[in-house]
Design a protein around this ligand. Structure first.
Ligand SMILES: NC(=O)C1=CN([C@@H]2O[C@H](COP(=O)(O)OP(=O)(O)OC[C@H]3O[C@@H](n4cnc5c(N)ncnc54)[C@H](O)[C@@H]3O)[C@@H](O)[C@H]2O)C=CC1
Ligand SMILES: O=C(O)C(=O)COP(=O)(O)O
Length: 320
């Protein structure tokens, strides 16, 4: 009889490799994978955590009620980077460790951002629709080569985007509360103020976590500072961009277009943004590549094993 029970609600855990499961099973863990097709609500999670020693979650809502229901819970392992869906303080109060998987999906998201830049600049989705409906009309695009890219949040994903953008000889500006001057010098990147970045960039891409300080970071005022020819890309979290302000800016051509991989509500049922032609929306696929989900699974499983065995090395996000 295994010593620990690990409940997994992260949808894609183990989809691309058995290794994450093998790590758990080889370390005295019984593994229960919940067959979810979307992130679970707190009500759905509560009965699942009751006798679990560890929980491996995707974007499921891990509220204080869920945490209090987990009488044996020792670790909440976030399968992914952002942990805005987990009540860190409630976990800390109960002595439950929360971990995440930094460095596991940054390349996937950075790749997607470059793809979205090209989709926007060359109107790729609109042209595809024209051709498939029997047309052969061309829509004039713009080059991204040599343009100014503004990166909000130069962390692991922001740095990946910066490195790729240098391959297009882009002028890269960035804004972050913490400055990595060595990286900026090595890659020829310029730190500037938030306002300067918005005013000067041809493309603005967001890579900060969702937190009280970043909620609504891009609203009417900020969109009003951007060039009418500029594009906005958000692969970080819904809620960082005020969606009604974005709708107004796009509908009134205050900016040229936007690409969103994340939304305030996922799926964005009834969002007016769905009606606009100058916005591209993807279904939170930033970290959904074969490589990233293997990495995320391995790191999330190792985090569980390390915490359960009281060993050092887990990526703890609710420590001191
Ligand atoms: N679309 C998707 O599937 C994915 C989305 N994400 C999102 O991307 C975010 C960033 O991921 P990483 O780059 O790996 O994280 P990271 O922690 O390496 O980078 C975040 C950066 O944001 C900066 N920052 C934090 N608060 C700030 C503020 N108020 N103003 C300016 N800068 C601030 C930090 O100093 C840091 O440099 C995650 O928090 C997550 O929400 C991450 C992976 C996949
Ligand atoms: O790593 C993140 O924060 C992500 O958003 C991707 O992972 P997820 O789809 O949230 O499990």
């Amino acid at each position: 009889m295994p010593k620990y029970k690990v409940v997994i609600t992260a949808r894609s855990f183990g989809e691309s490799s058995d290794e994450p499961f093998n790590i758990l099973k080889g370390n005295d863990c019984e593994v229960v994978k919940i067959p979810a097709d979307r992130p679970l609500s707190a009500e759905e999670l509560i009965p699942l955590v009751k006798d679990a020693d560890a929980l491996i979650v995707g974007n499921d809502k891990v509220t204080e009620d869920v945490i209090n229901a987990g009488k044996k819970l020792k670790v909440i392992s976030r399968y992914g980077v952002g942990y805005d869906n987990v009540d860190l303080n409630a976990a800390k109060k109960k002595g439950i460790v929360v971990t995440n998987t930094p460095n596991a999906n940054n390349n996937s998201v950075a790749d997607l951002v470059i793809g979205l830049m090209l989709v926007l600049a060359r109107n790729l989705l609109a042209v595809d629709r024209i051709v498939k409906s029997g047309g052969w009309k061309r829509i004039m695009g713009t080059e991204i080569y040599g343009k100014t890219l503004g990166i909000i949040g130069l962390g692991k994903i922001g740095k990946g985007v910066a490195k790729r953008a240098k391959g297009f000889d882009m002028n890269v500006l960035c804004y972050d509360v913490y400055q990595d001057l060595k990286f900026a010098e090595e890659y020829g990147i310029t730190y500037c103020s938030f306002e300067e970045l918005l005013k000067q960039s041809d493309i603005v891409t967001i890579h900060v976590p969702l937190a009280p300080e970043t909620k609504g970071l891009i609203g009417e005022r900020e969109l009003g500072m951007m060039k009418p020819t500029a594009f906005l890309i958000n692969t970080s979290r819904g809620g960082i961009v005020d969606e009604s302000a974005l709708y107004n800016a796009l509908a009134n051509k205050k900016i040229a277009g936007a690409a969103l991989d994340v939304m305030e509500q996922e799926p964005p049922i009834n969002s007016p943004l769905l009606q606009l032609d100058n916005v591209v929306i993807t279904s939170h696929i930033g970290g959904y590549t074969c490589e990233a989900i293997t990495n995320m699974g391995i790191v999330a499983a190792k985090n569980v094993v390390l915490v359960l065995n009281k060993k050092q090395g887990a990526h703890i996000v609710n420590g001191e």
